[in-house]
Design a protein around this ligand. Structure first.
Ligand code: ADP
Length: 180
């Protein structure tokens, strides 16, 4: 399947990722995997107390890696936890680490044979990653994964803030134009 077909599998919506009923949702976690603020806090709150018990069994996770747990009280069956990079100046490998977060999350989607996955805009909150650059990495990486790994899923980007929602729409539109 070519990139033009794969891009059609991407949906952009605005909202709260904890309410998604995709097979998995992705959590922009921190390296402790023990919960935090932002989307991480919202996911832990919505999933319930059992989640942290399972998260403790991992003993943390490096930035760019990913771990999977059950979804507990969420509609989604699974939660994929990935700490994105903390953005400093863009010269410390931040782009590669952000790419790894999307790639390694998709690896778990494939491994668990999941048909749909919802992503937040990883690292664009407290971790300060510039939103345009992060959106481009997010969209390009999931397309590249599906193409190279020959594994297709519905990809839903769930954006909380207006800024990211507008940026993702623009980014996807631009990539569609480039491919035509
Ligand atoms: P990070 O530490 O990776 O930057 P944050 O949680 O601070 O993680 O922010 C990541 C993104 O998640 C931000 O764009 C923020 O607007 C968004 N976000 C916060 N709460 C939610 C939510 N409930 N659903 C989806 N996205 C959310």
């Amino acid at each position: 399947m070519g990139k033009t077909d794969l891009i059609q599998r991407i949906i952009i919506k605005q909202g709260d990722i904890t309410r998604e009923n995709s097979d998995a949702i992705v959590n922009a976690a921190n390296t402790s995997l023990l919960g935090g603020g932002g989307v991480d806090g919202a996911i832990h709150k919505a999933a319930g107390q059992e989640l942290i018990k399972e998260c403790r069994t991992f003993g943390g996770c490096n930035a760019g890696e990913a771990r999977i747990t059950k979804g507990y009280n969420l509609k989604a069956g699974y939660i994929i936890h990935t700490p994105g990079p903390v953005y400093k100046d863009g010269k410390r490998g931040e782009a590669q680490v952000l790419k790894n977060s999307y790639w390694n999350s998709m690896n778990l989607v494939k491994e668990y044979n999941l048909k749909s996955v919802s992503f937040p805009a990883i690292s664009t909150g407290v971790y300060n990653y510039p939103k345009e650059e992060a959106a481009e990495i997010a969209v390009k990486t999931v397309i590249e994964f599906m193409e190279k790994e020959k594994y297709i899923a519905d990809i839903i980007f769930v954006l909380f803030d207006d800024d990211n929602y507008n940026i993702y729409n623009k980014t996807l539109g631009r990539l569609k134009d480039e491919l035509h």
